[in-house]
Design a protein around this ligand. Sequence first.
Ligand SMILES: C[S@@+](CC[C@H](N)C(=O)[O-])C[C@H]1O[C@@H](n2cnc3c(N)ncnc32)[C@H](O)[C@@H]1O
Length: 204
Amino acid sequence: MAKRVEYRHIARLYDILDLPFEFSRYRPLRKLIWAGLKGRILDAGVGTGRNMAYYPAGSEMVGLDLSGAMLKRAAARRRRLGAKVELVEADITATAFPDNSFDAVVSTFLFCVLEPELQLPALRELARICRPDGEIRILEYAISAHPVRRAVMRLWAPWVRFAYGAAFDRETERYIPAGGLELVSTRFLHADIIKLLTARPRLE
Ligand SMILES: C[S@@+](CC[C@H](N)C(=O)[O-])C[C@H]1O[C@@H](n2cnc3c(N)ncnc32)[C@H](O)[C@@H]1O
């Protein structure tokens, strides 16, 4: 599987390459997106475990990722932080979790990595494994409407695709209704380039 191979190569460098963005952009957002959640929670696309320091106290955490190499880094961070989180190697488009397994599902910068044809299967899987009264939070990049910022993002795009297999313009929001979810809110958290989609399973 292409992404698994890509992330096997990038795992070693991931935290270093991301460091400038981690400090300048992501840290305050990571704090925000876990606020108010409780119960059994899935960190979908846990990566090297960058979110671990912000997991809600007392929650039962599960971190899932396709890449064993990224999970190895996440396990090292779990040890360092003394975090309580079960780590699972799986594809988010087809997990082995039973229906309604989680009170909440959070993903940070996973959907910008998923190719267009995987957006719908991944959203459907989130709708299946999240409880009907649960909450799904998806933190993602969007391509800016501002001409200069947009041009800079276009310049960065080939590097982002090469290094992370990611794109800024995945349009995850568009797939939400067909994914069996109801969009509760969309909110930009950093300029008009990083947004938080909040959704819940749609009751039939
Ligand atoms: C850009 S990283 C984000 C990592 C982390 N959430 C963060 O905020 O730093 C994307 C992660 O998604 C994982 N991933 C890619 N495709 C996946 C899939 N189909 N199922 C589960 N994880 C996947 C990659 O292995 C990688 O760890």
